[in-house]
Design a protein around this ligand. Structure first.
Ligand code: NDP
Length: 338
């Protein structure tokens, strides 16, 4: 899947990026390189920032015209000039949205141990046990500082990050309120994930719905959306409340973001707004995260919904669908069978 043009609003398939069949690349493997047959690639909102072509996107890097997009992915090593990464291993790394990738010497590659026998799906390494899961875990614990008995509100609550934040908060004894963009997602939050309350933000005023869902107010807002969701949360958050600013997906696909009109309420209420980037606390929590989440998944204490799209040719629509809320759970593309 090739990137063609900077994006201003939603990306258009065929204009900004497109699937190209039978693209041939010749490359002789050099010392330290490996060749992977790609199995799964993750669809993450931050990739949209790499499509903007503005200076501030240098935080994430930018896609290159005429080259495949790339992201967190799983592949099988089919040729190797790296003695530490033998042929046959299943690896997690940063790979192209393509069938085969050459991984340069020195790039981070993790061998997934017992990948073929694992009780958890391979795709978990780019979902609940990968970057989005870690975002939920580190973001909630480090910045939310949750305490039993408090109320947390989570936007985009059925998504890759949100569903784990909510279930972790339940494990920790909080009252959990979520919002999402369809009645089906709301039913899932209430019935499967056991949220205490949830509302469809498309069915009315967000602040009114939030007040009804959390009549006593909220202590923590885990913000995946920004804009009018953040505005409503600031209005209803209790004094000394914490906002975990995880993402602003409601603002990234438009040149006229709805924005927040009431930031001043943070002053008298002494609200902390804490933004973070997952990359920066990886070392601090990694072992704890992997142990806890693996245990919770295997024991059934938490569940995790994935939205797996089959076929690389469908990756552009899977990505666009994720930006538009058509994904139901962690959005991933399956490129090939193991
Ligand atoms: P999701 O799986 O939640 O998918 C994105 C969801 O966002 C959509 O399904 C849709 O759900 C919702 N959405 C899209 N547009 C809007 C809108 N205008 N208003 C409200 N909701 C909208 O994605 P992730 O869980 O991967 O990411 C969630 C957030 O976390 C993103 O903002 C992302 O950028 C951020 N993030 C931040 C990281 C960090 O290091 N700080 C790392 C990883 C993710 P719905 O149907 O409910 O509208």
């Amino acid at each position: 899947v090739i990137f063609n043009k900077w994006v201003t609003d939603y990306p258009v398939i065929g204009e900004h990026f497109e699937y190209v069949a039978n693209r041939e690349v010749t490359h002789e493997l050099k010392e330290g390189e490996i060749l992977t047959r790609n199995l799964y690639v993750s669809m993450d909102p931050y990739l949209r920032a790499k499509m903007r072509g503005l200076d501030e996107t240098d935080l994430f890097g930018r896609f290159t015209f005429g080259q495949p997009l790339d992201n967190h992915a799983i592949g099988e090593v089919i040729a190797s000039k790296n003695p530490n990464i033998p042929v046959g291993e299943i690896v997690y790394s940063f790979l192209g949205w393509e069938e085969y990738s050459v991984v340069p010497a020195g790039q981070y590659v993790e061998i997934i141990k017992n990948a073929r026998e694992s009780k958890l799906p391979l795709s978990a390494r780019i979902g609940v046990l990968g970057m989005p899961g870690f975002t939920a875990y580190g973001g909630l614990l480090r910045y939310g500082k949750p305490k039993a008995g408090e109320t947390i509100y989570i936007s985009a609550a059925s998504g890759a990050v949100g569903q784990l934040v909510g279930q972790m908060a339940k494990v920790l004894g909080l009252r959990v309120v979520g919002s999402a963009g369809s009645d089906e997602k709301i039913a899932y939050l209430l019935n499967e994930l056991k949220f205490d309350a949830a509302f469809n933000y498309k069915n009315g005023d967000i602040l009114t719905s939030l007040k009804a869902a959390a009549p006593e107010g909220i202590h923590i807002y885990f913000d995946n959306v920004g804009g009018r969701h953040l505005e409503a949360a600031l209005e209803w958050i209790l004094p000394r409340g914490r906002v975990v600013m995880c993402g602003q997906i409601g603002d990234i696909n438009t040149q006229n973001p709805p924005g927040v009109r009431n930031l001043f309420v943070c002053v008298p209420k002494e609200i902390s707004i804490l933004a973070f980037l997952v990359l920066n606390f990886e070392d601090e929590y990694k072992a704890e995260f992997e142990k806890d989440v693996t245990e919770w998944l295997l024991s059934g204490k938490i569940v995790y919904k994935e939205d797996v799209t089959e076929g690389l040719e469908n990756a552009p629509s899977a990505f666009l669908g994720m930006l538009q809320g058509k994904n139901f759970g962690k959005a991933t593309v399956k490129i090939a069978d193991l």
